[in-house]
Design a protein around this ligand. Structure first.
Ligand SMILES: Cc1cc2nc3c(=O)[nH]c(=O)nc-3n(C[C@H](O)[C@H](O)[C@H](O)COP(=O)(O)OP(=O)(O)OC[C@H]3O[C@@H](n4cnc5c(N)ncnc54)[C@H](O)[C@@H]3O)c2cc1C
Length: 395
């Protein structure tokens, strides 16, 4: 079926190599992922064989340097990956993959030493090592500077003590990108004294203290992790000691952009599913797709999706060009994730009773997409970033 909302859309940012990549991922998703997602949703995890297969296909380091096994591509390759993974109709599978490829491991590429990259990147790209990002704590989510996990230098190790929660890939992952305090901040510079570490699974004093039970994204595993004097080699300090917050801030735009891509791609699918449903189902003697009220609803949703897509592609191009893009990314994340939630609401409504049933993909999308105005920076935090730019810092 054609993707109706793309008809007559603005210029695509993608080049022929992205189109080729898209075809590869689409075939993989249709043949090897979509048939299994119901099982993975039920199991609350993705099998190891899936990660290795993605590695074989070269999909787990699309823009990483070739000398470490990466594809040497650009950020738009990740946009393609996000768009196509979301077509498997399990937000959890797509989310797990993007946490690995775009929300954690890029910090290693950007801030890692050559020795760290040689040690970890090849197995990350091969799908042998699954990555997770550990920032959020029970007492610190939006307020990243409020983290309290400690990292105390002891000889040639740092001892990690504290707890992380809501960590995607946290239960079954292998390598955790963890933020911890190596020093205290000050009242005016609370973000000082945070450092990033590469913590391998299985450290002494480390445990997965809970596998969290979620509303949606059920194929992705989510953990609470606890560390008690867990020794991380000093060689696994990522970047500069005490500058972790600044390093994290430099990568959050990528995470937020890809969150917007996942939400938007899911919304595009949900709209396609809804259009098909309205054409196939009749009531009062004619297909529902003939009812003007419903046609206008579809028109509104398609328009909102296209507007969101324009913002997302614009922000992605800025990011790919290395331009300053905090505000455009925040606008894209805010708008796309809120549009996607509106699409989910109406997609279920337009499916009637069927929309409430597990066998219809819009039911899962409705649960999955609720995450996206919360995780990777809430809508309120996106508004704060935008407002600061529009109104100035002191207002
Ligand atoms: C399924 C799932 C997966 C996740 N995966 C990860 C992961 O892999 N790694 C990781 O580190 N984290 C992860 N998170 C955490 C996620 O990024 C945080 O949930 C998010 O940052 C929100 O934090 P919080 O829940 O502490 O909200 P809080 O900060 O407690 O906010 C609560 C409410 O107050 C609002 N609020 C907070 N501050 C302000 C303000 N200054 N102005 C206006 N409103 C404000 C928020 O917008 C929100 O509505 C995940 C979360 C979920 C649910």
């Amino acid at each position: 079926m054609n993707v109706p909302v793309r008809a007559g859309s603005f210029a695509s940012p993608f080049r022929p190599e992205h189109d080729l990549l898209r075809r590869t991922i689409r075939t993989f998703v249709e043949r090897e992922v979509a048939p299994h997602v119901d099982d993975w949703e039920d199991a609350g995890r993705i099998p190891r064989s899936f990660w290795r297969r993605m590695g074989e296909l070269g999909l787990l380091g699309l823009d990483f340097p070739p000398e470490y096994g990466g594809g040497g591509g650009d950020l738009l390759s990740s946009v393609v990956l996000g768009e196509e993974m979301a077509r498997c109709r399990s937000g959890g599978v797509a989310f797990s993959v993007l946490v690995h490829t775009d929300m954690s491991s890029p910090w290693l590429v950007r801030f890692g030493t050559d020795a760290q990259k040689r040690k970890y990147l090849p197995s990350i790209v091969a799908g042998e090592t699954v990555c997770a990002l550990g920032i959020t704590e029970p007492g610190a989510g939006s307020d990243m500077a409020g983290i309290t996990m400690r990292a105390e230098r002891r000889g040639d190790c740092y001892l990690l003590t504290g707890s992380k929660t809501f960590i995607t890939n946290g239960v079954y992952g292998d390598l955790y990108f963890v933020a911890a305090r190596t020093g205290a901040g000050t009242a005016t510079r609370r973000h000082d004294g945070i450092s990033m570490f590469l913590a391998e699974r299985g450290l002494p004093g480390f445990e997965v203290s809970a596998k969290l039970d979620k509303m949606g994204m059920r194929a992705s595993d989510t953990a609470t992790l606890s560390f008690h004097e867990s020794p991380v080699p000093a060689a696994n300090l990522l970047g500069i000691e005490g500058r972790g917050f600044q390093q994290l801030a430099a990568g959050l735009e990528r995470e937020r952009l890809l969150a917007a891509v996942l939400a938007l791609s899911g919304a595009t699918q949900a709209l396609e599913d809804t259009v098909r449903y309205l054409k196939e189902r009749s009531a009062f003697g004619e297909p529902l797709a003939e009812r003007q009220a419903l046609r206008h609803r579809i028109a509104d949703l398609a328009t909102e999706i296209e507007a969101a897509r324009a913002l997302v592609y614009h922000a992605a191009e800025l990011f790919a060009d290395g331009a300053e893009c905090a505000t455009p990314v925040s606008m894209a994340k805010l708008f796309a994730t809120e549009v996607a939630n509106r699409v989910a609401y109406h997609a279920v409504q337009l499916h009637g009773d069927d929309g409430y049933m597990r066998e219809f993909p819009v039911e899962r999308f409705f649960r999955d997409v609720r995450l996206w105005t919360i995780a990777s920076g809430t809508s309120e935090i996106m508004r704060e970033i935008i407002a600061r730019r529009v109104l100035g810092p002191g207002s």
